[in-house]
Design a protein around this ligand. Sequence first.
Ligand SMILES: Cc1cc2nc3c(=O)[nH]c(=O)nc-3n(C[C@H](O)[C@H](O)[C@H](O)COP(=O)(O)O)c2cc1C
Length: 203
Amino acid sequence: MSRKPVVYVIYYSTYGHIERLARRIMQGLEQSGVDAKLFQVAETLPQEILEKMSAPPKAADVPVITAAQLAEADGFLFGVPTRFGTTPSQIKAFFDSCGQLWSTGALYGKFAGCFFSTSSQASGQETTALSCVPFFVHHGINFVPIGYKSQKLGDNSDIHGGSPWGAGTITGADGKRMPSQLELDVAHFQGLEFGNLLKRVVH
Ligand SMILES: Cc1cc2nc3c(=O)[nH]c(=O)nc-3n(C[C@H](O)[C@H](O)[C@H](O)COP(=O)(O)O)c2cc1C
């Protein structure tokens, strides 16, 4: 009999957009029947700077992940808000804390996907995905995109984030636009599909 796959959703979020996508992805994973847990990576900015950036407090109900915990899961979905077209330093710092796991091959053969947030359109969601791929490749982690199976990705009736690389949202220059229903639907789809995939491959 197959065991229940374990999936960790791990995000960084300054203003809550990625967090909102992450919570919707969790619902998709839970619907698929896998054992899903939500984590955030450690903040690296001092409180003084966060206040100057008008960043709200971090979610109190979401624990901070440690590198060693990655070994417990079969798959990961990383929530990555774009910084100058690439990953924020908080995500990079977490990736860089995984050297011990790399040296022991502890993550080899696991599965990972990403989801994104940018302030505007065509301003870095795909390049942010690409900047995560070397981390996956060096660990031997299988990258799982979402392709175009969700027809919502092709719906151009309104602006939206997300692409075949993963779910996404567009915040607007002032950060006031929160994930739309379409973007949340794609996030749910990513969680559901990722969970279904892991049920097929984890035994
Ligand atoms: C230093 C910095 C660099 C950024 N670079 C980009 C960028 O290259 N493209 C873009 O569209 N948004 C950029 N943004 C906006 C962030 O992507 C946006 O604040 C983030 O997606 C919001 O997600 P969150 O609410 O989960 O933190 C940048 C923000 C900061 C603070």
